[in-house]
Ligand binder design. Structure first.
Ligand code: BES
Ligand code: MN
Ligand code: MN
Length: 460
């Protein structure tokens, strides 16, 4: 099958380029037509590879594309999940080539080329590998599992409507394992399988002081300035050990054993290398934990954006009426995102001084997820990576979130194996996002081998 992949490189890339050209930005209603077009593109693609019952399901938000290939009622069933929506490409001026005009260029980490476009890695490129892997298996008459595809268009905005879809189609989606490529590996020499994701709780706060912007000379010194106050309130959300200062925030966090921590840190990136990769001269985070632990097994709180007052050219002397911030918290297993949102909401309002009104809004969220590294499905994935990359992949917990993964477990009772192939340096959500061609082709190969092993192993 490897030779077939090599022979069809150009065809695969031409198809991926076509997919990457459609600006399926889920957050911006201006792009709804592009979302629809992408759903149709995937529908066609799934039909072309020989899937059955390919259908676009409308939801209260963006559509879900479903397809299946049932070969035998007694064979194990694999559900493939991916997302066709992408993050907004802003800031546009930092892109070296336009985000929806894919180009292939070499980089130091991708000497055989990488494809640059929004969604190249997250997640169109990674999702498309699954379509190609299943195509290969069907063509070679080597598909030994039933396959179901669920490809959605709202992952980047919280998958709000997918839960309903899964609930409505619970029986249709029944599977033995879910596989997703929407995470990453350490490097081409050190592949990894993700066994954990963090949860997320995303809030927005607004402080209102005086009923209009005021002349800062006439009023300065007499009123609470909402921006000054917001900064003080935000600063108080961490203590000097960089622990989150919200009462109850850590109550449900399960401490990980010393042995497990030691084991995970074996695969950590050297501290200096980490700092160099993002041009900082010191790492900062919760006291008592390593960088790797801080970004995977510990909960955090970060301001994603803050605004208010005058931010245009030059100077304007003004005390603003309002100040805003978007604040997110990454969560770990056993923390409940709705509970944490509520804790934040109550605490943040409680620390507001007199003279300002505080509004807190919950945007979206999801719980954390962990999957064991000893299951049959994990073993099948492990063997597949080993065959393609030449080394045994290590298990790692990631800091990012895919809210639907714990939902799949809750509603379908089905575990997920996170078979990602991206690199941290692929700049997902950033300007110049890219995905290595080797990662793409090796991903297709690894996925096709996963099916081979999974069909042979008894299911747990
Ligand atoms: N694919 C990412 C999540 C990810 C990336 C997990 C790399 C692990 C490693 C996904 O598309 C994403 O960006 N998720 C969002 C959450 C969503 C609700 C906006 C995130 O993690 O911020
Ligand atoms: Mn993604
Ligand atoms: Mn993403």
């Amino acid at each position: 099958m490897k030779n077939q992949i090599l022979n069809q490189k150009k065809e695969y890339l031409d198809q991926l380029i076509e997919l990457l050209k459609i600006p399926s930005i889920s957050a911006d209603p201006k792009y709804d037509h592009a979302i629809k077009k992408t759903a149709h593109w995937i529908e066609r693609s799934l039909n072309e590879i020989g899937c059955d019952h390919v259908k676009i399901f409308e939801t209260a938000g963006h559509p879900v594309v479903y397809a299946e290939k049932i070969i035998n009622k007694n064979a194990p069933t694999v559900l493939v999940y991916g997302h066709y929506d992408v993050q907004p490409p802003d800031p546009l001026e930092l892109w070296k080539s336009p985000p929806f005009e894919p180009v292939i260029k070499e980089t130091p980490l991708h000497p055989n080329g990488a494809i640059f476009a929004r969604g190249a890695c997250d997640d169109k490129g990674q999702m498309f590998m699954h379509i190609k892997a299943v195509e290969l298996l069907i063509k070679n008459n080597a598909l030994n599992c039933n396959v179901k595809f669920v490809i959605e268009g709202e992952e980047e905005i919280g998958s709000d409507n997918l839960e309903q879809f899964i609930t409505d189609h619970k029986n249709k989606l029944k599977s033995d394992i879910i596989i997703i490529s929407d995470t990453g590996i350490h490097s081409m020499d050190k592949p990894a399988i993700t066994t954990g994701l963090r949860g997320l709780s995303y809030m927005e706060v607004t402080l209102t002081g005086p009923n209009r912007d005021l002349h800062s000379g006439l009023y300065g010194g007499t009123v609470g300035n909402p921006i000054n106050i917001l900064c003080e309130m935000i600063a108080s959300l961490h203590d000097e050990d960089k622990k989150v200062n919200i009462p109850g925030f850590y109550d449900k966090v399960i401490e990980i054993s010393e042995a497990e921590r030691q084991k995970m840190n074996i695969n950590a990136t050297p501290e200096k290398e980490f700092q160099k990769s993002i041009a900082i001269n010191a790492s900062v985070g919760e006291k008592g934990y390593t960088t790797l632990e801080r970004k995977s097994i510990r909960p955090t709180l970060d301001v994603n954006g803050i605004w208010g007052g005058y931010t245009g050219e030059g100077a304007k002397t003004v005390i603003p009426s309002k100040a805003h911030a978007k604040i997110s918290m990454r969560l770990v297993p056993n923390q409940n995102w709705e509970e944490i949102s509520e804790l934040f909401n109550n605490y943040f309002r409680s620390i507001a001084p007199e003279g300002v009104d505080v509004q807190v809004k919950t945007h979206h969220g999801g719980d954390a997820y962990i999957t064991p590294d000893g299951s049959k499905a994990y073993k099948a994935a492990e063997m597949a990576y080993q065959e393609v990359f030449g080394v045994i992949p290590h298990a790692k917990r990631d800091g990012g979130s895919i809210p639907i993964v714990p939902m799949f477990e809750k509603i379908l009772g089905c575990k997920t194996i996170l078979m990602g192939f991206g690199l941290d340096s692929d700049a997902i959500h950033s300007p110049n996002e890219h995905y290595g061609l080797d990662n793409f082709f090796k991903g297709i190969e690894t996925i096709s081998i996963f099916y081979k092993h999974f069909s042979k192993l008894e299911i747990t």
